[in-house]
Design a protein. Sequence first.
Length: 83
Amino acid sequence: MPVQAAIFRVAPKGTIGRHPASVPQILAVLDGAGEVSGPDREFQTIGTGEAVFWSAGEEHETRTDDGLTALIIEGPGLQPFLR
């Protein structure tokens, strides 16, 4: 299963605008805090050490007041690890 990963740095008052996930995707916050929303457009707080999973086709958005750094991993067949 091929996957790709990237580090995103979102500046204070910045956003990763609403868009559909092309494949399953995990956003893990490495530093800072912000808010994420899914298809319901209701924002939930997310901070350092937390992650969110979006399915293929699921619309989502990320925003931050103070800035954040996130690791984004995506690929076909990607699934969240549940304990």
